[in-house]
Structures are given as structure tokens and as C-alpha cells.
Design a protein around this ligand. Structure first.
Ligand SMILES: Nc1ncnc2c1ncn2[C@@H]1O[C@H](COP(=O)(O)OP(=O)(O)OP(=O)(O)O)[C@@H](O)[C@H]1O
Ligand SMILES: [Mg+2]
Length: 215
């Protein structure tokens, strides 16, 4: 469960978020839409503890993450959250397998090949596991990023324009994958998108406008 209580975020004199109240129930798949510059990534980064609000509280599963110290925020990000970005953000010169394994290594969890292979199979890339990401298509790279976001079994998946660099058909396929995994594995997913066809995969859509979130 994610709860925002009167969250404000300003950059200098410009306030991007003006007192957001928001509740995302566990296991929900929600979309946040809004024009460029409306603060969608800012909102997602706050939920992912990549950044701190200027005011208000962010509570995740009963823990006030906005009051965490740096070290706790790092652990929260590593253990509890999986990120999927528009630009995939894979390490280009290690293999697909190693990219997906990375969050396990950061968490000090051994794998033995089992979990990584299972997720590689789930995203349909068994024949590419030894390839470096730069040899993959955009859709394949985003599937690697989805597997990497899920490998440590996070409760929350944050996806910022996950289809933004993909053609329409590939984007739909990537969204089907995210939605089906979210449902089966009971992940809470917050999806940021410009595209109504992508937002349709969400159960609820919110719009960010003038610093406020509307349902
Ligand atoms: N680190 C920063 N320093 C200063 N201003 C920032 C910073 N990050 C974001 N902003 C400003 O905050 C506003 C919201 O940015 P944000 O990236 O959240 O928008 P967005 O809705 O994700 O836009 P887009 O759809 O283009 O990705 C913008 O005006 C941006 O310039
Ligand atoms: Mg953005």
C-alpha cells in the first residue's frame, strides 16, 4: 500500500507537486497521466525514494519512507522496489543474464541460476541470455528491464514511460507482459504514460495537472 499525505515538491520557486493526497492499494495497477513537465517522474521518484518531498509524508506498507535516512532509503529501493525506465537503462556490455541477476547481487542474494532463468523464460528471452543488450531490439531490451525489475521479488514496480521508446505494437506487448506479471505475482504497479492506449492496461488512471492529482 502506498499513501501520500499532502506531498509537496518544489524546485526553487517552481512547485511541481502542490499537496498530493493519494492512495494506491496493494496489488493495484494504476496509471498516472499528464502533460510533459506536469511532475509525473517527480511523483514516481518520490514513491521510489529516489528523492525527498519538501513537505508531507509518504507511507509504504505502514513505514514512513519520507522520514528514512539515506541508508534506509537505499535498502528500501533495493529490496522493495523494481524500476522500469523509458530508456531501459541496462548495462550494455554484460549479458542479459547478468543484467537480470544484478539486483540479486546488490541484495547479497545468491541465485544458482534458478530464479534468473525462470524470469528469462517468463519474458521470452531464453535464447538471448548470453547476449549483451546492445544486440537486442528495443522490445527485447525492455523485457530484460522488466525481468531485472522483478528478480528480487519487489512489492512495488514503478514504470516511467516503459513503452516510450517502442513502436505501438511492441509497446502493447510489453504492457501485456507487465500487466499479466503484476496480476499473477500481486505486484503494486505505478505506471507513468502519455499514451491512453497504455493507460488502458491500468485499473485506475489519475491525471496530474497544476500540481494536483485527479482521478
Ligand atoms: N532536478 C530538477 N531540478 C530542477 N527542476 C526539475 C528537476 N526535476 C524536474 N524538474 C522540473 O519539474 C517539472 C516536472 O518534471 P517531471 O520530470 O516530473 O515532469 P514529467 O511529467 O515527468 O514530464 P515528461 O512527461 O516530459 O517526462 C519540470 O518543469 C522540470 O523541469
Ligand atoms: Mg517524466
Amino acid at each position: 500500500m502506498i499513501r501520500l499525505e499532502d506531498v509537496r515538491k518544489c524546485y526553487g520557486r517552481q512547485c511541481v507537486l502542490e499537496g498530493i493526497r493519494w492512495h494506491v492499494p496493494p496489488g493495484a495497477l494504476v496509471a498516472v497521466m499528464g502533460s510533459s513537465g506536469s511532475g509525473k517522474s517527480t511523483l514516481l521518484n518520490l514513491v521510489g525514494a529516489m528523492d525527498l518531498p519538501d513537505d508531507g509524508r509518504i507511507v509504504v506498507d505502514g513505514e514512513e519512507i519520507s522520514a528514512y535516512k539515506d541508508a534506509q532509503r537505499t535498502l528500501y529501493r533495493r529490496r522493495k522496489v523494481g524500476f522500469v525506465f523509458q530508456a531501459f537503462n541496462l548495462l550494455p556490455h554484460i549479458t542479459v543474464f547478468e543484467n537480470i541477476e544484478l539486483p540479486l547481487l546488490l541484495n547479497g542474494i545468491g541465485d544458482g541460476g534458478g530464479r534468473v532463468r525462470e524470469l528469462i523464460g517468463l519474458v521470452g528471452l531464453a535464447d538471448k541470455e548470453a547476449a549483451p543488450p546492445f544486440e537486442l531490439s528495443g522490445g527485447e531490451q525492455q523485457r530484460v528491464a522488466i525481468a531485472r525489475a522483478l528478480i528480487h521479488d519487489p512489492a512495488i514496480v514503478l514504470a516511467d514511460e516503459p513503452t516510450g521508446n517502442l513502436d505501438r505494437r511492441t509497446g502493447q506487448a510489453v504492457m501485456e507482459l507487465i500487466a499479466s506479471i503484476a496480476r499473477e505475482r500481486r505486484k503494486t504497479v505505478v505506471l507513468v504514460t502519455h499514451d491512453p492506449a497504455v493507460a488502458r492496461f491500468a485499473e485506475t488512471t489519475f491525471e496530474l495537472k497544476d500540481g494536483m492529482l485527479h482521478s
